[in-house]
Every structure is written in structure tokens, then in C-alpha cells.
Design a protein around this ligand. Structure first.
Ligand code: MG
Length: 259
């Protein structure tokens, strides 16, 4: 399985094709200040055109929907915070567990800002990320120890990501669940991702194919020196840059438009 199979399926039945992509490190370069992340030139336009042509196009991100909305409008679907938020059309749906944990998350975010400084803390309302890219070793050790302590004391989940640690409400919901929910009858699907949080989506597409729910699928890994080896094991295709992701999306749009 891989991109060739998905392109073939896309030509044959664009209405039952789904395209999913992460944002950071996949459609955008990784930058030191996460608030300045932007998708590569042309990516939102290409995805919009694709969303108007095929069954489903969705951004599946650890970012909140409020951030993703800066770049992506309907009919692109948005799944934020690893599946805790879902924007479809003008409706935003939030997982009930995430809402229950809002007060705890707010307290923890304030604590993180006091301990590590506002620049290191990305407050996503329903979850937080503490970044340590470029920081010295003692700072990294402090962040990891702090996250473990907070997780033990509050019941929040601590999850590691690229040069950062995240605290989430204790729910098993993942990008894999988000992708499965968004498939809604699709028979082919592709997922583009670069980080550990994408792994549940990588494996879910393979499982759905093995179970007969998907005729064709591809998992495209955008690799870097920070890439977890486990991601390589589950990728069907590998690229090196967000620009290459955009080229693949363009070829999908061409394939869907020519059918
Ligand atoms: Mg990413």
C-alpha cells in the first residue's frame, strides 16, 4: 500500500477519498516560536480546492481549532487538540472530558508560566505544551520532571512530543480516533504527519485497511533528524519537506480533477 494506490483510488472514486494532514512539521516548517507557524505557500489554497473536489479533507493537529482557523476555512474540516475538538462547517464540537478538565488545565498553565516563563508555554486552553527546543540540559530536565509531577498530582496525561512535553486531559482520544470519525464512508485515505502524536493515525489507517474498511491507504512521513524510529516502521511513503507534501497534494488534486 502507498501513494500510488491512493492516487489510483482517487481517480476512480474521488467522492469516497479522504486526505488528512497534520500542520506543524508537515505542512509547515518547525520554528522556534510556535505562534509564528504558517503553512507553506499555496497549501491552504490547494487543500481548499481538494476539499471542494473529493469526499473529505481535514487538518488533524495537536493545535487548537482556534489556531488552525487562521489558515483553513470550510469545506476543510478541522480536528484540534488530538481529536478533542472538531470543527465542521461553522460548528465546533468539544469532547466532554476536555471541558470537565478546563479548571485544572488553567491552573496548570498558570503554574507552568510562573516556573518556565510565558515563552516556553503554549496554552491551548484544553491542553498545554511546554517547549524546550534550544534550551540547556538542566531546563529540559526540569520541564520533564515538572510534567511528571503535575501528571501524578492532577491526573492529567503527560505526553512527549518534538522538543516539548504536553499535558492533556486523561482521555484515550487520539488522532487515530479523529481520523476514523472523519472517514464517514471513505474507501481510500492518506495521512501526512511527522511526530509521535501522529502515530495513532498511522496505525489506524493500516488497521482499517486490514479490516476491509479501506480499499487503499497511504501514510506519508515527513522525516527530520528529530523523527521517532517507530514512525518510520508505519510509514508507506517518506518525504523530507513540507514542500514535498504540497507537491503530493497537487498531484492528488490533478488526479481527482481529471477523473
Ligand atoms: Mg507535527
Amino acid at each position: 500500500m502507498g501513494l500510488d494506490d491512493v492516487l489510483h483510488a482517487l481517480r476512480a472514486d474521488p467522492a469516497r477519498a479522504a486526505v488528512f494532514s497534520d500542520l506543524d512539521g508537515t505542512l509547515s516548517l518547525i520554528v522556534d516560536d510556535p505562534d509564528t507557524v504558517v503553512p507553506v505557500d499555496g497549501a491552504p489554497q490547494c487543500l481548499t480546492a481538494l476539499a471542494e473536489t473529493i469526499g473529505t479533507v481535514a487538518i488533524v493537529s495537536g493545535r487548537p481549532v482556534a489556531f488552525l482557523e487562521r489558515f483553513f476555512a470550510p469545506p476543510i474540516e478541522l480536528s484540534g487538540l488530538y481529536g478533542l475538538e472538531h470543527r465542521t462547517g461553522d460548528r465546533l464540537l468539544v469532547d466532554s472530558t476536555a471541558i470537565e478538565w478546563l479548571p485544572v488545565m488553567s491552573t496548570v498553565a498558570n503554574d507552568a508560566r510562573v516556573v518556565f516563563g510565558t515563552e516556553a508555554v503554549e496554552d491551548k486552553q484544553y491542553s498545554i505544551t511546554v517547549h524546550y527546543r534550544g534550551a540547556d540540559e538542566p531546563f529540559v530536565a526540569d520541564v520533564l520532571a515538572w510534567a511528571d509531577t503535575v501528571a501524578a498530582e492532577t491526573g492529567l496525561d503527560a505526553r512527549s512530543a518534538k522538543m516539548s512535553v504536553e499535558l492533556h486531559p486523561p482521555t484515550s482520544r487520539s488522532k487515530g480516533d479523529a481520523v476514523e470519525d472523519l472517514l464517514t464512508g471513505a474507501t481510500s485515505a492518506v495521512y501526512f504527519g511527522d511526530d509521535t502524536g501522529d502515530l495513532p493515525a498511522f496505525t489506524r489507517l493500516a488497521e482499517l485497511h486490514a479490516a476491509g474498511s479501506l480499499d487503499a491507504y497511504a501514510v506519508v512521513l515527513v522525516r527530520s533528524h528529530e523523527t521517532d524510529a517507530e514512525l518510520h516502521e508505519h510509514a508507506t511513503d517518506v518525504v523530507d519537506t513540507p514542500e514535498e507534501v504540497l507537491q503530493i497534494l497537487q498531484s492528488m488534486l490533478d488526479a481527482a480533477s481529471s477523473s
